[in-house]
Design a protein around this ligand. Structure first.
Ligand code: SAM
Length: 241
């Protein structure tokens, strides 16, 4: 095609106009990931299948979050902003992305403007342990720490220091945060996070029909179990418990 239009599922869209993608997500249907990802600049578009949440997962998550009347969500490790922006379109929630790569924070803000959700998405540049995480009704985790132990050729870039020691420290910080969180706090986990949720969290939803498992957990009002609950993730990843 030479006119800037491309086909998706039997109909054509203007490659510079996000309107169709917005309409589909807002009406509860799930566009192909390529339809959303074309609004990411390279190399972020190329990284999407491995590092950013698929839209089918966003759609399921949005349904659960609205169903449980969640109002505020923090994406811990928000990357290029795909989850926050797409989920803002697909739900009624407000999203805060927390990300340690400054370039990704800038890209996420631009993506939110492109999709017209700048009023319900906010992006913080910071690393766990250095910048405080905002309090939220729910926290989203899509394998934020696995990059620490990935082959360097699979990493997003080399802008941040990554290693196993850092992964263990970040897992500890995350567990401490979730242990301190108020009763009723939700944690949404896609493809694990390499550690365990405190035992006070109970699973309230799970979907195993997606590329990886998606689960939603809620912190109980009183402690009902001892220990911690491992949630998905690489089989050989250490537990921070
Ligand atoms: C697998 S990506 C998920 C991105 C996003 N949540 C999504 O689904 O589209 C994980 C992200 O977490 C970020 N990250 C990893 N460790 C972090 C830390 N300690 N503090 C802030 N961001 C972190 C990485 O830079 C990366 O962008």
């Amino acid at each position: 095609m030479t006119d800037g239009r491309s086909g998706f599922g039997g109909w054509t869209t203007d490659a510079t106009d996000p309107a169709h993608t917005i309409d589909m997500l807002a009406s509860g249907s799930c566009p192909p990931d390529t339809m959303f990802d074309r609004f990411l600049e390279e190399p972020l578009r190329r990284l999407s299948p491995q590092h950013w949440t698929p839209l089918a997962v966003v759609a399921r998550a949005a349904d659960w979050l609205d169903g449980f009347n969640v109002r505020t969500v923090v994406d811990i490790g928000s990357g290029a902003g795909k989850f926050c922006v797409a989920a803002a379109l697909a739900s009624r929630c407000h999203f805060t992305g927390f990300e340690h790569r400054a370039s990704l924070v800038a890209s996420a803000r631009a993506l939110a403007r492109t999709f017209g959700v700048g009023d319900r998405t906010y992006f913080i540049h910071g690393a766990l342990g250095q910048v405080p995480l905002p309090t939220a009704d729910a926290y989203y985790l899509y394998n934020p720490f696995e990059e620490n132990v990935m082959d360097p050729t699979e990493r997003i870039d080399d802008a941040v220091v990554l290693d196993r020691q850092r992964m263990l420290r970040d897992l500890g910080l995350l567990q401490a945060l979730l242990s301190r969180a108020a009763a009723g706090t939700y944690v949404l986990v896609y493809n694990g996070f390499g550690g365990s949720l405190p035992a006070s969290y109970q699973r309230v939803r799970v979907d195993r029909g997606l590329p990886h498992e998606l689960s939603l957990w809620r912190k109980a009002t009183s402690r009902i179990a001892v220990g911690s609950r491992r949630v998905g993730g690489p089989a050989d990843a250490p537990s921070a418990a």
